[in-house]
Design a protein around this ligand. Structure first.
Ligand code: NAD
Length: 506
């Protein structure tokens, strides 16, 4: 304590464009009171138990600067999980310097009623071994917080796009995430062997982001064709548009050695991906998503489809992209509502990753949020590429969302419906004992901060029940809900639909 963890951590996070998480603040926010109050009512043992749980959740995060409490490394096993996935730096200072910084120790439960200088000396001696076990010490004596922060930021290497990889029997998808990723990706290396690529663009970005992709291809020595423009949004997912893409591929001279590059929202990626899956029995696909939802979800996972006969995604295939470039700068042109709705899927993925994402997502840089979402998606798709089992956890909140969309005649957009569905799923989980009772309220608070609704307006109960019944039929006779659980999510079946629906209004 007194080494400047919080100030230094915040500064280092800012310079790395990463979110900052103070574990003591997270413990206090979960407890609904400050640390001295926790020590007063539960003692140090109660506090350490809360700290142990928060450290375990923090170990499931990535790309975050975390300040832990000074006593956290004393739980060696718990802290080891954090140290395995991160880089640990132990900030130190001489006992005299710490005593000077801590003054009379007000607000520090471990110093309460004691001489701060003597007590700090004792604590340092008692913790020295634990600190030495986990990381190189950084002496802050005589250094400003900014100087310490730049030292720490320098240790993580240069900031740049994040790279992830998904490997399944269907192929490998390389994912690049970051502001400006289109311009900074070496397409020649990423698309080794491809000499011609057809760019398929969402009408909304044909003159902006698709033009950037065409220029990047040319710079890489790959012959660009297009952009071939498809209608904006769901209107693109029609068989006529699919056929027009096949025609454009043929006219452009595309053969199995070439590639299709889809630039746009999830709808464009779905139709262009299906065209790539079917043309010449399959050509390589590159996804360049330009909406938050398409980055966080649609671009990765291999599902491609069009709508038909009034049914969404009725006809489709599995055709994973070889490369996904999630250039978060492209989202700057999105209307605020579309951005917010995409964030609903990120809150969902956050719940599957670590409940601490809820503490961060409202203020985090978009690239970080997309990364968390894709890490979760990649883990589930790798385990279940064809969506026959555990991947269904990604449907958290979606049984409710589909019912809300349908009962509102799609007046409530998908992202807003997912937001409402997440709160209802957490209430259902709490009633079944799979997640803590306060989770639904915590999700609702985060959704409101993002600007998303947490509960639906009055909807026709008969229509809601019918929509849940339709889901049940698709699932083979049992109503199935995905609910938050300690390790992400649990699939529950056999829930009485009336009990499930009650969660929407609770
Ligand atoms: N294949 C999958 O795994 C998967 C997963 C989730 C969703 N989806 C599909 O994705 C679609 C929804 O995706 P979406 O939310 O991206 O919607 P969308 O594709 O309909 O795009 C929303 C709107 O934003 C416009 N747009 C796109 N990029 C823009 C930008 N940078 N600036 C301004 N406007 C822009 C589009 O033209 C459209 O009007 C649905 O069809 C859904 O079925 C597929």
């Amino acid at each position: 304590m007194g080494t400047g963890k919080t100030t230094v951590g915040r500064l280092a996070a800012r310079s790395l464009a990463r979110p900052f998480l103070d574990l003591d603040a997270a413990i206090a926010s979960r407890a609904g009171c400050d640390l001295p109050a926790i020590f007063a009512s539960e003692g140090e043992a109660g506090f350490r138990e809360r700290e142990r749980r928060v450290v375990a959740d923090a170990a499931r995060l990535s790309g975050v600067v975390i300040a832990t409490g000074g006593g956290a490394p004393l739980d060696r096993d718990g802290f080891a999980a954090l140290a395995t996935t991160g880089t640990v730096a132990a900030l130190t200072a001489t006992a005299d310097e710490l005593a000077r910084r801590l003054g009379d120790g007000a607000g520090r439960p471990l110093l309460a009623g004691q001489d701060p200088a003597a007590r700090v000396g004792e604590l340092l001696a008692a913790r020295a071994d634990a600190y030495a076990a986990f990381g190189a010490a950084v002496d802050t004596t005589g250094r400003t917080p900014a100087a310490v922060a730049s030292l720490l930021a320098g240790r993580t290497g240069p900031a740049g796009p994040t790279r992830l990889r998904l490997v399944t029997a269907d192929g490998t998808t390389h994912v690049i995430i970051g502001d400006g990723a289109i311009g900074s990706t070496d397409l020649r290396a990423a698309l080794g062997g491809v000499t011609l690529a057809v760019v398929v663009s969402d009408a909304a970005v044909a003159e902006t982001h698709a033009t950037g992709v065409v220029a990047a291809l040319r710079d890489a020595g790959i012959e660009p064709v297009g952009p071939v423009v498809v209608p904006a949004g769901e209107d693109a997912k029609r068989v006529e548009i699919l056929a027009s893409l096949w025609d454009a591929f043929r006219a452009g001279g595309l053969d199995p050695s070439g590639a299709v590059i889809a630039v746009g929202g999830g709808a464009t990626l779905d139709v262009a991906g299906f065209a790539a899956a079917t043309y010449a029995r399959g050509v390589a696909l590159v996804n360049v998503p330009t909406t938050v939802l398409a980055m966080a979800d649609a671009a990765v996972g291999g599902k491609v489809a069009i709508d038909h006969a009034g049914a969404k995604n009725l006809v489709g295939a599995f055709h994973p992209a070889r490369l996904v470039i999630a250039d978060t700068a492209t989202c700057a042109s999105l209307p605020g509502s579309a951005r917010r709705e995409g964030l609903a899927e990120i809150v969902k993925a956050g719940l599957l990753a670590s409940p601490l994402v809820l503490d961060l997502v409202a203020d985090a840089p978009l690239a970080w949020s997309v990364e968390q979402s894709l890490r979760v998606k990649i883990a589930y798709v790798a385990a279940d590429p064809r969506d026959r089992g555990v991947r269904r956890a990604l449907n958290l909140g979606h049984t409710y969302a589909h019912a809300i969309e349908s009962a509102s005649d799609h007046a409530i957009p998908h992202g807003a419906a997912v937001a409402m569905g997440l709160v209802a799923a957490a209430r259902l989980g709490a009633s079944l004992g799979t997640c803590p009772p306060d989770l639904a309220a915590r999700i609702a608070t985060v959704l409101r901060r993002i600007g998303l609704p947490a509960s639906p307006p009055a909807l026709d109960e008969g229509r809601l029940a019918a929509a849940i019944g339709a889901d049940k039929k698709r699932a083979g006779g049992a109503s199935r809900f995905v609910v938050p659980a300690a390790d992400g999510a649990a699939l529950v079946s056999g829930v009485d639909p009336r009990d499930a629906l009650a969660m929407l209004g609770a």
